[in-house]
Design a protein around this ligand. Structure first.
Ligand code: NAD
Length: 349
């Protein structure tokens, strides 16, 4: 297996292979860059088909966290960890605690949080072994409501303000009344987002492989249910991908009728060239790691003494960052994802 010559290797500072014989833990922690601060990033548990696939994922995702934290102006670097295993059948308290030990051994250079396949209860178990953890504290919203450490509602809020900024920029509108939005994925982030959009007067078209989630959106939000494969073809103003990555590709981009793509999913572009393809079709793309930074802002400030109101102000700043990226991209005739990378690199280099 290649490492320093691996195609996803990008001058990562440290890549650690973690093993615990008793619990069966097999994990990789990648620290991409710590120039702005300790490397914060989620711990993903997934039944990778191979160790090479796990390495690929952790290298790519940790790099992405460096860009995400830098563009959000957080005092953090980028890191990520992956546990090789099925979260439904292989996860045990022993294994999660062993992961906590592995994180602790890095002495604070890496701060762990939840990601797909791990949750707040897992982080609480890890916290028995390490202080270098976030995404666990019970918090209060700006309106005083108690909520768990799960960052999804804050991520959704960031995506919502990002959508407002994109609609203002591309459609020249200050409100979302009647704006047609297609949402792919009604999970933790997607459903919160759908509710906020509906409350703001948007009309919704939704798809999810989980039919119960679709039905709930139909019943509670008056959304139109769309078959999974057809979400790209809807006659809407905006497409919000909130499920998986790589959904903007050679097959889907020509089908999009939306003038804006703005959603929570990570790694939406299948390849770098697809940012260019979106621009050529006149579609305004809100770069994924810029618009979905609400979650990392939330977990970052769990470790500071900022009050909820200040955190919300920082999340709402995602709209201004996007507007800056949109206008710089237009001036320079470059895709928005290229401009976002440039802006992030200015901040972490
Ligand atoms: P989630 O697992 O709660 O929800 C994902 C939803 O997508 C599920 O309802 C699932 O059934 C659905 N889905 C899966 N495959 C699909 C398909 N082919 N078509 C339609 N729907 C499909 O995850 P989440 O926490 O809501 O995160 C959604 C996306 O946002 C992910 O890409 C995640 O990496 C990204 N993200 C999440 C956060 C956060 O705070 N949770 C932060 C930043 C980025």
């Amino acid at each position: 297996m290649k490492l320093f010559s691996h195609h996803e290797f990008d001058n990562h500072e440290q890549v650690v292979f973690c093993h615990d014989k008793t619990s069966g833990l097999k994990a990789i922690i990648a620290i991409h860059n710590t120039h702005r601060g300790p490397a914060l990033g989620g711990c993903r548990m997934y039944p990778y088909a191979s160790e090479a696939e796990a390495l690929n994922d952790v290298l790519r995702l940790s790099r992405g966290m460096t860009y995400k934290s830098a563009i959000a102006n957080l005092p953090l670097g980028g890191g990520k960890s992956v546990i090789i295993g099925d979260p439904h059948s292989d996860k045990t308290p022993q294994l999660i605690r062993a992961m906590g030990v592995a994180v602790e051994r890095l002495g604070g250079r890496y701060i762990v949080a939840e990601d797909s396949g791990t949750s707040v209860p897992d982080m609480l178990l890890m916290s028995e072994q390490t202080r270098h953890i976030s995404g666990i504290a019970e918090k209060f919203d700006a309106d005083g409501k108690r909520r768990s450490g799960d960052p999804s509602p804050i991520t959704a809020r960031g995506v919502f303000v990002g959508i407002q900024a994109a609609v203002r920029y591309r459609l020249g509108r200050d409100d979302l009344q009647g704006v047609r939005v297609a949402i792919q994925g009604l999970g933790n982030v997607g459903y919160h987002l759908a509710s906020q959009l509906r409350a703001a007067g948007a009309r919704l078209w939704v798809s999810d492989i989980n039919q119960a989630a679709v039905q709930r959106a139909v019943d509670e939000l008056g959304a139109v249910a769309v078959a999974n494969g057809e979400i790209y073809d809807q006659a809407v103003d905006l497409f919000a991908p909130c499920a998986m990555g790589a959904i903007l590709n050679d097959t889907t981009i020509p089908r999009l009728q939306a003038r804006i793509v703005a959603g929570a999913a990570n790694n939406q572009l299948a390849d770098k060239r697809h940012g260019q393809a979106l621009m050529e079709r006149g579609i305004l793309y809100a770069p994924d790691y810029v618009i979905n930074a609400g979650g990392v802002i939330d977990v970052c400030y769990e470790r500071s003494d900022m009050d909820p109101q200040q955190v919300m102000e920082q999340v709402d700043g995602i709209g201004d960052t996007l507007t800056e990226i949109f206008s710089r991209a237009e001036q320079q005739h470059k895709p928005t994802d290229v401009l976002a990378d440039q802006l992030a690199e200015e901040r972490f280099s």
